[in-house]
Design a protein around this ligand. Structure first.
Ligand SMILES: Cc1ncc(COP(=O)(O)O)c(C=O)c1O
Length: 713
């Protein structure tokens, strides 16, 4: 089905109505669904975690997704729970609604609010919209207060309803509960004196669809055209599904001791809505019939398939220091490849490479199966070999140095700058010798090195040495970062740039990496090295005459199988479309962290300068543990007890046993030592919620201020 260009944002997508609406609208328009505590996956729509109580979260999502319509379904609907936890009910049903309305005050976004029949007192029945609002319970009152919030936004639509349908969660709607009980041949009671005009969710979705098309605004009742008692409802369901109606006993609602009061006759008069839409709402029988048909043709099981694929293994109590963001679009992209003819080196690899070069602004990209492989073939393409020396940073992941050690070269570690934690150009200058074949600057935590100075130093040394010294940027942390107005990876000041797509990085292909370059010769070499050193390019063949044979290829270098798959690249392509969103989400968290920790005297936040626009792969705090009178391990353990995972990035590479044994003890990197003793990375990833950020902020501040006396400066 052709989608229209309206973009729909649904809150409460893990709830009965939100989820059913997502199913209804997903083929018609682009849909994003928001959940909070129950992650869901719905084929064809993007779902995202959002804490509606934090106005920044919803603002950010609105600005990223730019919806034309918001259907606000998220609500606390358990009437007795609402009665006993009024505080929480007020927050979810009123304050969150206010946040949404305020987030779109000046925006041309249609707001649709799902209210309830419980705003009426349930005495006379057949309520029309002009009847007095007099809720008997706190649920009804909170939903009415929500309505008042919504009414402050022009052209919004409020629908007072009562629904049943196929739930995604274990929680059962009234219809499902009746079915389950009767199917299990268990006896149930039905209230013979409680009336309602419940409507099947998918019928309700159709009404909302028409109302949106007709640009309806105002307050309307929306239920089935007629009403019946809950007992009659249960009997109708039994009859429709061919179950034993004698299991249902009629009782009075007065015999039931509910915590919250309930209206007895909440039947709705839906004439106003029918007239405005020129549409006949279904009767209760028609609603039940549609409910039955959707069961028969598998809609109910499709709905129930919406499981938590993104977060199943996630321990909700522990906030990791980094993690991937995988949504339904990513999953679908991978599934499409799995259903296609190519799953290894097919069209997706080249497409991904092309998108990377388009995004970054380099001429060529060669995608491989990890950042480490990318570094390795970059070193091989640069001709690094036994006896060579390569300069890199000590504060990095071991792969930045392993890559040239694989080639037989040995490391020279240049000390870091204590402001940026990046390699210092003056130190690089000091270390370049006759043997130096390459320099691998690492853009630590996402902040670019001073590439222009490193480049100038290197070209000057090249003329002194009368030979090439390669610059290979290790930008495994820095996809999306900007240096002097250009994307890191443009290779303006280097020969090659290496990226990693490991899950904690900005975008992921599960495992994966790439080398970027502007040099065609290097590009050709990289492509060969990725795949055994084999070529079919006629101009690269030694036996040129044989090129006419379609089967002919030659191995001209000693390469590897570092190939990335189409499956991975499909994920990468989908992820790349969200890179700027990921960047801005991280940026927002960094701003919160900067202001939360900026006033702690013995804690240093990362330094930023205008030439270096970091993507913030990591957020590293430097703690003066001596002054704070706390050891790092105590801080790490205390945070972990609060469910906050931290990490040390990094142990200086030269101090690992392998490096000490192979290359000896390094003593000339005092800044790296100083940094290592104090650093700790706190959680930072695009899908972090406001409340997770808040937990981290208060956890760190609590430990630092209360236990150690560090106070506001
Ligand atoms: C700076 C740096 N370089 C290289 C790598 C290696 O990348 P990969 O894990 O994709 O092999 C990493 C991985 O974390 C890294 O942080």
């Amino acid at each position: 089905m052709e989608k229209n260009n309206l973009k729909l944002l649904i809150t409460g997508v893990s709830g009965l109505l939100g989820n059913n609406l997502a199913h209804y609208f997903k083929d018609k328009q682009e849909v994003t669904g928001l959940y909070f505590s129950h992650p869901v996956v719905i084929r064809g729509i993007r779902t995202e975690k959002c804490d509606l109580l934090h106005d920044n979260s919803i603002r950010q999502i609105i600005s990223d997704f730019n919806p034309s319509i918001i259907i606000h379904c998220a609500s606390l609907t358990n009437i007795d729970q609402c009665e006993s936890d009024r505080n929480l009910t007020e927050k979810i049903n009123v304050a969150a609604t206010k946040n949404i309305r305020e987030a779109i005050t000046d925006k041309d976004i249609k707001l649709v609010y799902i209210s309830t029949d419980a705003v009426y007192d349930g005495v006379k029945g057949d309520f029309s919209e002009d009847d007095e609002i007099d809720p008997l319970n706190y649920y009804g009152l909170s939903k009415y207060e929500g309505e008042l919030q919504i009414l402050r936004k022009e052209h919004s639509l409020i629908l007072r309803t009562n629904i049943f349908g196929w739930n995604i969660q274990d929680k059962k709607s009234l219809g499902e509960w009746i079915l389950d009980e009767l199917n299990g041949r268990r006896k149930i009671n039905g209230f013979k004196d409680a009336y309602f005009s419940s409507i099947y969710t998918m019928e309700f979705a159709r009404v909302i669809d028409i109302a949106i098309q007709k640009k309806l605004s105002g307050v309307y009742n929306c239920g089935s055209q007629n009403s019946c008692s809950k007992y009659e409802f249960a009997v109708k369901i039994a009859e429709c599904f061919g179950l034993d109606r004698t299991l249902i006993t009629p009782i009075s609602i007065d015999d039931f001791n509910f915590k919250a009061k309930r209206g007895k006759n909440l039947s709705l008069n839906v004439n106003k809505l029918q007239k405005e839409l020129d549409y006949k709402l279904p009767t209760i029988d028609q609603s039940i019939d549609a409910f039955y048909k959707d069961y028969k043709c598998g809609v109910s099981s499709q709905i129930k398939k919406g499981i938590d694929a993104t977060h199943t293994k996630r321990d909700s109590k522990v906030i990791p220091y980094g993690r991937q963001w995988i949504d339904e679009n990513d999953i679908q992209s991978v599934v499409n490849v799995l259903r296609s003819d190519w799953i290894t080196q097919g069209p997706r690899v080249e497409e991904f490479e092309k998108l990377l070069t388009d995004y970054i602004g380099a001429k060529y990209a060669v995608a491989v199966n990890s950042g480490t492989s990318a570094l390795h073939i970059a070193c091989l393409a640069a001709g690094i070999e036994y006896g060579d020396k390569v300069i890199t940073s000590p504060i990095t992941f071991v792969a930045s140095a392993n890559c040239f050690v694989y080639c037989g070269a040995s490391p020279d570690f240049a000390d870091i700058d204590l402001k940026t934690y990046n390699i210092m150009p003056e130190e690089v200058k000091k270390k370049i010798t006759q043997k130096t074949k390459a320099i691998i600057p690492v853009h630590f935590a996402g902040q670019s090195c001073d590439m222009e100075t490193i480049y100038k130093i290197t070209t000057q040394k090249e003329s002194e040495l009368s030979r090439k010294v390669f610059i290979i940027e290790d930008a495994c942390h820095a996809l999306g970062s900007i240096y002097k107005g250009k994307k890191v990876g443009s290779c303006e000041f280097s020969d090659m740039t290496v990226l990693s797509f490991h899950p904690v990085k900005h975008i992921t292909t599960a495992e994966g990496g790439a080398v970027l370059t502007n040099d065609e010769g290097l590009y050709r070499a990289l492509k060969r090295l990725r795949s055994h050193g084999i070529t079919r390019e006629p101009h690269e063949l030694v036996e040129k005459v044989k090129a006419v044979n379609p089967w002919y290829y030659e191995q001209v270098d000693l390469g590897f199988n570092y190939r990335i798959t189409d499956i991975q690249c499909a994920l990468g392509i989908s992820q790349l479309t969200k890179l700027d969103i990921f960047r801005s989400k991280r940026r927002r968290i960094v701003d919160i962290y900067n202001s939360a920790f900026g006033d702690l005297r013995h804690v240093r936040v990362p330094l930023e300068s205008s030439d270096y626009d970091s993507n913030f792969h990591l957020y590293v705090l430097l703690f003066d543990f001596d002054r704070l009178d706390i050891e790092r391990i105590e801080l790490v353990s205390a945070l972990l007890k609060m469910g906050i995972q931290t990490q040390v990035h990094y142990i200086p590479v030269y101090s690992h046993p392998f490096y000490r044994a192979r290359f000896g003890v390094v003593k000339d990197c005092p800044n790296a030592e100083y940094y290592y003793k104090r650093c700790l990375s706190i959680p930072l990833y695009a899908s972090m919620t406001e409340s997770e950020v808040e937990r981290v902020v208060s956890g760190v501040r609590e430990i630092i201020t209360s236990r150690t006396g560090d106070v506001k400066g």
